[in-house]
Ligand binder design. Structure first.
Ligand SMILES: Cc1cc2nc3c(=O)[nH]c(=O)nc-3n(C[C@H](O)[C@H](O)[C@H](O)COP(=O)(O)OP(=O)(O)OC[C@H]3O[C@@H](n4cnc5c(N)ncnc54)[C@H](O)[C@@H]3O)c2cc1C
Length: 607
């Protein structure tokens, strides 16, 4: 490690410290040694890299994380509370006004904590379709990205774990495609929901696109099946609890500095012989007015700040569209116009229908005594409804050929890939003050809308301009409309007759939907569209802002080995690199790309 401008650090150094996680610069020991790798962001991908690279005792790694420790962050550990907001663990971003969302600005959650977004996410574990990975292989010209070739990385990541209630899971998943030997726990729900039987019954009654799929993580996700989640015996299994668990952070070659914001990556001018600029010096600070420190990675800097943080850091470092950077007063180092472009996300809409009876989870949100009681059950016995996330089953579906035919292109990666998803909940996660509900969250998983992450200010402590541009493309609106119609068809199955109050297509709570009650064609589609635009939000599945493409592509930020085009010493490894969004919740794909990145980096340096 080379510390520049760090006399404050050197004078206040504590040489002996019991843990490898530090929250102040002056606690970081071994100040005189070099770090081989500096990882920016101890989130989902960054934690994988930190773990895998320090498997070799001779390799030293420093992780710089803006947020705090996950240890003791109880609200993040209780799976059911993932739907509640936790501002202290969130970057608390807001988007720019979104034209496709009736001009609304919407909250945009990102994990501000060790483990990153895996510490605050909904824990859905969905790998995506085989086509998603085969498309990545095609776009990058690297067959290592094919579905077949990434199986090894799914296996390294996944540790299949019994559910909290240890129920018999036969027929709820396919054990042959899961791994018992990975690091991050994946499980099935550990508390039976009263609607489970009806959901499975619907698959039988309706068939077709509702057909039961034994395991949606086989590469063929279409159909209806049980949700798998990153939960370990009723506790969230995040990148921090797994890849940065105590047995790993005890390694003497792994150092994690939390509460530390990386401000820029700088050029190392000590190697003038380099053909390309070498960007392996990291500048950071612990608060906006505090001193700036610098640390040099003797091998590489690995940028894993996520799809918002990564383009912000690249742009502030002079890597981006040169004329845009110059207009902001930033000296360009390399002209990469794709930085911050191609921002892609899955639009998400929470829909609820009132039901008879009260065997839903709605009261947990409303009744503080019940909530406290269940927290005690969770903490003392590891049981009860809080051991699970809010969805029990998913449906992945495609538009039919005639609907799809209205568009010139099929945005899905292939015919095994969904256009939209339905997630079934035994209650309303938007917390209605009264009543009991069945919730169906609809998402477009192969969207065509693209947005941007740009700079509002060159102050690295200022939030960037975040525009996912949700529903800006007509295809996404149409797919969301179809997802809603499919929800109505689902609830019109005979098995729901006594349970769902009223006809499913006439009981939407929102006024626009009531206006659509006479049918879902012609003018009613306009009502439906208004409902969609007024209520859709984000899935927080941000990807694409530092896209991976082939070496000679005119678009893109990194090559298939994660190296930033046109510079030395710097790779980007996080959700930013997906040139197309996988048709899945994005954490499993991020784990997989990070596992492969670690493998590539190790073999490059022959560790
Ligand atoms: C609320 C929410 C719900 C979600 N639900 C699901 C789900 O159920 N299933 C699923 O599969 N996916 C889900 N996702 C998406 C998934 O969690 C992300 O795609 C994935 O975790 C992203 O990993 P990453 O490594 O790219 O970024 P992150 O995990 O976000 O890591 C980035 C890290 O970098 C740090 N950082 C950023 N800037 C700086 C800086 N300047 N200096 C230092 N550190 C910095 C951040 O604090 C963070 O720790 C959800 C995401 C959110 C936010």
């Amino acid at each position: 490690m080379t510390w520049l401008n760090s006399s404050l650090f050197l004078t206040s150094l504590l040489l002996y410290c019991s843990a490898a996680i530090y929250d102040r610069v002056d606690q970081l020991r071994n100040a005189t040694t070099k770090f081989d790798f500096v990882i920016i962001g101890g989130g989902t991908a960054g934690s994988v890299l930190a773990n895998r690279l320090t498997e070799s005792a001779s390799v030293s790694v420093l992780v710089l994380e803006a947020g705090g420790s996950n240890i003791g962050a109880i609200p993040t550990q209780i799976p059911f509370f993932c739907t509640l907001s936790h501002p202290q663990y969130d970057w608390n971003y807001t988007t720019t006004p979104q034209e496709g969302l009736s001009g609304r600005e919407i909250p945009y959650t990102r994990g501000f904590i060790l483990g990153g977004s895996s510490s605050v996410n909904g824990m859905f574990y969905t790998r995506g379709s085989a086509d998603d990975y085969d498309r990545l292989a095609n776009v990058t010209g690297d067959s290592g990205w094919s579905w077949e070739n990434v199986q090894i990385y799914f296996r390294r990541n996944e540790k299949w774990t019994p559910p909290a209630d240890h129920h018999n899971t036969t027929g709820q998943y396919d054990p042959s495609i899961h791994s018992l030997n990975g690091i991050n726990s994946v499980s099935l729900a550990g508390f039976p929901q009263s609607i489970n039987k009806n959901i499975i019954r619907t698959a039988i009654e309706l068939g077709g696109i509702f057909q039961y799929n034994l395991d949606m993580n086989s590469g063929k996700p279409l159909g209806l099946g049980w949700l798998q989640t990153t939960i370990d015996g009723g506790n969230r299994s995040s990148a921090a609890t797994s890849y940065l668990g105590p047995e790993f952070t005890r390694r003497p070659n792994l150092h994690v500095l939390i509460n530390t914001r990386v401000t820029r990556i700088l050029q190392d001018r000590s190697s003038p012989g380099d053909r390309l600029p070498r960007l392996n010096v990291v500048e950071f600070a612990q608060n906006s007015d505090g001193p700036r420190y610098q640390v040099t990675a003797s091998r590489e800097v690995l940028l894993s700040a996520g799809a918002i943080g990564t383009p912000q850091i690249l742009l502030n470092s002079g890597i981006g569209n040169s004329s845009y950077l110059s207009s902001l007063g930033i000296s360009p180092i390399v002209n990469l116009p794709s930085v911050g472009q191609n921002f892609t996300d899955h639009p998400r809409l929470v829909n609820n229908w009132p039901v008879s009876g009260n065997r839903t989870f709605d009261d947990i949100y409303r009744d503080s005594n019940l909530s406290t009681f269940l927290q005690n059950v969770w903490s003392q016995n590891g049981k009860g409804p809080l051991v699970d996330t809010f969805v029990s089953h998913l449906l992945f579906a495609r538009l039919n050929a005639s609907t799809l035919g209205q568009f010139g292109e099929d945005p899905a990666a292939g015919v095994r890939s969904a256009h939209y998803e339905l997630g079934f909940s035994n209650g309303d996660i938007s917390v209605a003050p009264t009543g009991h509900f069945i919730g169906i969250t609809t998402r477009v998983v192969s969207p065509l809308s693209r947005g941007t992450v740009l700079l509002k200010s060159t102050n690295p402590f200022a939030a960037p301009l975040i525009s996912p541009n949700l529903l800006s493309n007509e295809f996404d609106l149409l797919a969301m409309r179809e997802a809603l119609k499919t929800s109505v068809k689902f609830l019109a199955a005979p098995v729901w007759k006594e349970y769902v109050l009223g006809n499913p297509d006439t009981v939407f709570l929102q006024p626009e939907m009531i206006a659509a009650k006479l049918g879902l064609k012609g003018p009613q589609d306009e009502q439906l569209d208004a409902y969609i635009r007024n209520n859709t939000g984000t899935s927080a599945h941000a990807v694409g802002t530092a896209a991976m493409t082939g070496q000679n592509s005119s678009f893109g930020v990194v090559n298939s080995d994660f190296k930033v085009k046109g510079v030395e010493g710097l790779r980007v490894v996080d959700a930013s690199i997906f040139p197309f969004i996988p048709s899945a919740h994005t954490q499993a794909p991020v784990y997989v790309i990070a596992e492969r990145a670690a493998d590539m980096i190790k073999s490059f340096w022959r560790d």
